[in-house]
Design a protein around this ligand. Structure first.
Ligand code: NA7
Length: 564
């Protein structure tokens, strides 16, 4: 009997009794969960998507803070799986804002009739593998229980918001917000005294917009960030047209790039200037940086081919950005406080902005440099630093996420012999290809740690992972296989490969959330795979071509026998 057989063909329609039975449970209704559902339908497997939110969209459902916007241009931060979809949807700006991206997610859900298999307000709390049945038992906070042969964690890389551990936080009497958990009805800051704590990507997007509205905005900065102008603008037919008529070619090329993104499609090199920053004259280097700065976006980091591997090369780009900050920000003390020095540019996620540095020239905006005057406590009225107390009507925490592993570690995931994922990963995530973890059969992660994930265009990586998994499931079905899981050896080898790749770059020099450094007690491990989207795709293809090398595939009968 085949091991991967459509559930309906075996048992008739789900659900049965109080435990609802499916072939596959997908956790998360963001771009990963929705595409996984769509592809599973094509395979004829029954699937249910569970999500705690009241709508689809994942990260774009939650991150509704003012100014929230994608830092990958929308012609590329969009699904490629359907030619009709690509033609049907039009973006209004080069870098779409959150409301438009969320509208796109809803458009996709409707167009592909996904909603009938998506259960909202169903927050998964636990997933346990039952050795006897070879199935996952999945529980929700709402008290429902599901049984599935496969469980897909489409839970996102930045989905567990992190509040700072500051004394007295609970004592504050005004309104508080976290950028990653923003009220759906919006917030009116008109005339209010507002604090923003944090200066990462979210803050850099939110600060200029909040400053327009607030009576006074005070930004509390611990670490300054490098940011490149987005140069966002309305979409034009001249730009959209060639994309839409060459989508297949451009998408195919993007899949071979390190980040899964094309920068500048008229260029033969597709945006990467494949020379060292140290092999050109200072004047030529300056010219190239100026050209990229004028165009804007993260393409700046593709100005030369060694900016993330060579400190001296990186220093030239970092100093160029610091010069721009000094040029824009009128008050020299504020300008200097905004200049990052202590980590290489690009090794904390590079930000792109609209008028971020310009905002500090406004009369109603002030910067508190926490390196000089650290926060001592949150008080009932506001924030107390070593220099005194600031009173606020509202505090915005733009303090980031327990990235990449937080959501998975907080779920009660248990595999063979009760193996807890949180215990297994206590010293850092262990995966094979960022897709699976040994001892957790038939549990998949979309863009998990150990894959390019947050270093790439997430939708390119999501589509790649889902397509790879669908092929694996089809292979299992064709060969009567019931379980798949990595060998401990393959996982260890992949972990070493990911680690070595990280250590060949400057990324490991920064105290970043890529390194787990923003969460107290989290192991300092470079979690994403920096080998590049194109290289990684080849590595995954090779594994599949060798009959899923490094994975244990168990025939249904053998598994049942072993369990007895
Ligand atoms: P980030 O990039 O993690 O930024 C969080 C910011 O909050 C960062 O500036 C932190 O400073 C700051 N922070 C955190 N805790 C504190 C305390 N206790 N006191 C002062 N400042 C603090 O999160 P984002 O939401 O901006 O962006 C995350 C990703 O989402 C982004 O890269 C995009 O991919 C989308 P620190 O640097 O730790 O000194």
């Amino acid at each position: 009997m085949p091991g991967v057989e459509p559930q309906a063909a075996r048992d008739g329609a789900a659900p049965q009794g109080s435990i609802k039975t499916y072939d596959v449970i997908i956790v998360g209704a963001g771009f990963a969960g929705m595409y996984m559902l769509h592809r599973l339908r094509g395979l004829g497997l029954s699937a249910r998507v569970l999500d705690g939110a009241t709508g689809v969209g994942g990260t774009w459902y939650w991150n509704r803070y003012p100014g929230a916007r994608c830092d990958v241009e929308s012609m590329q931060y969009s699904y490629s799986f359907s030619a009709e979809l690509q033609q049907a949807w039009s973006w209004s700006e080069h870098f779409a804002g959150q409301p438009e991206i969320l509208a796109y997610a809803n458009f996709v859900a409707d167009r592909f009739n996904l909603r009938r298999d998506i259960q909202l307000e169903a927050r998964v709390t636990a997933a346990h593998f039952d050795e006897k049945t070879g199935r996952w038992r999945i529980e929700t906070a709402q008290g429902e229980i599901f049984s599935a042969q496969f469980c897909v964690m489409a839970t996102g890389c930045l989905s567990t918001a992190k509040l700072p551990e500051i004394t007295g936080r609970e004592s504050y009497e005004g309104a508080t917000y976290h950028t990653g958990y923003w009220p759906h009805e919006g917030v009116d800051f008109t005339g209010k005294r507002v604090a923003v704590i944090g200066t990462g990507s979210s803050a850099i997007q939110a600060i200029p917009v909040i400053a327009e509205e607030a009576g006074h905005l005070t930004v509390f900065q611990r670490t300054p960030n490098y940011s490149i102008p987005a140069r966002n603008s309305p979409m034009t037919p001249d730009y959209e047209g060639p994309w839409k008529s060459n989508y297949d070619l451009r998408r195919a090329k993007a899949r071979t790039m390190r980040t899964g993104i094309l920068y500048g499609v008229t260029d033969e090199t597709w945006g990467l200037n494949n020379v060292s920053a140290l092999d050109v004259t200072p004047a030529e280097r300056q010219r190239i940086y100026e050209e990229r700065w004028a165009v804007g976006s993260t393409a700046f980091m593709a100005s030369f081919n060694d900016l993330i591997t060579n400190q001296a090369a990186n220093d030239t780009a970092a100093e160029f950005v610091r010069e721009r900050i000094r040029e824009v920000v009128k008050d020299p003390v504020t300008a200097e406080a905004l200049c990052p020095y202590d980590y290489p540019i690009g090794t904390k996620r590079i930000c792109i902005d609209t008028d971020y540095f310009e905002t500090y020239n406004r009369a109603n905006v002030s910067l508190v440099n926490l390196r000089e005057t650290p926060i001592e406590a949150i008080t009932p009225k506001g924030v107390r630093t070593s220099a005194g107390e600031h009173e606020f009507d509202a505090i915005v925490y733009a303090t980031g996420f327990d990235a990449m592993t937080g959501t998975l570690m907080n779920l009660d995931i248990r595999g063979r012999d009760g193996l807890k994922l949180a215990d297994k990963w206590a010293g850092g995530p262990q995966t094979h290809l960022g897709l699976m973890s040994a001892g957790l059969p038939n549990l998949f992660m979309i863009t998990g740690p150990g894959s390019p994930s947050v270093l790439s265009n997430m939708i390119v990586s999501i589509e790649h992972h889902v397509d790879w998994l669908i092929d694996a499931l089809a292979h299992m079905r064709a060969n009567g296989l019931a379980t798949i899981e990595p060998t401990a050896e393959a996982e260890a080898a992949w972990g070493q490969h990911v680690n070595e790749a990280g250590h060949r770059t400057l990324y490991v020099k920064a105290a970043s959330w890529y390194m787990g450094a923003n969460v107290a007690g989290k192991p300092r491990v470079f979690m994403p795979y920096i080998g590049g989207v194109g290289v990684y795709r080849q590595e995954c293809d090779e594994v599949a071509a060798k009959g899923y090398d490094g994975f244990i595939l168990t025939p249904r009968d053998a598994r049942a026998v072993a369990a007895e």
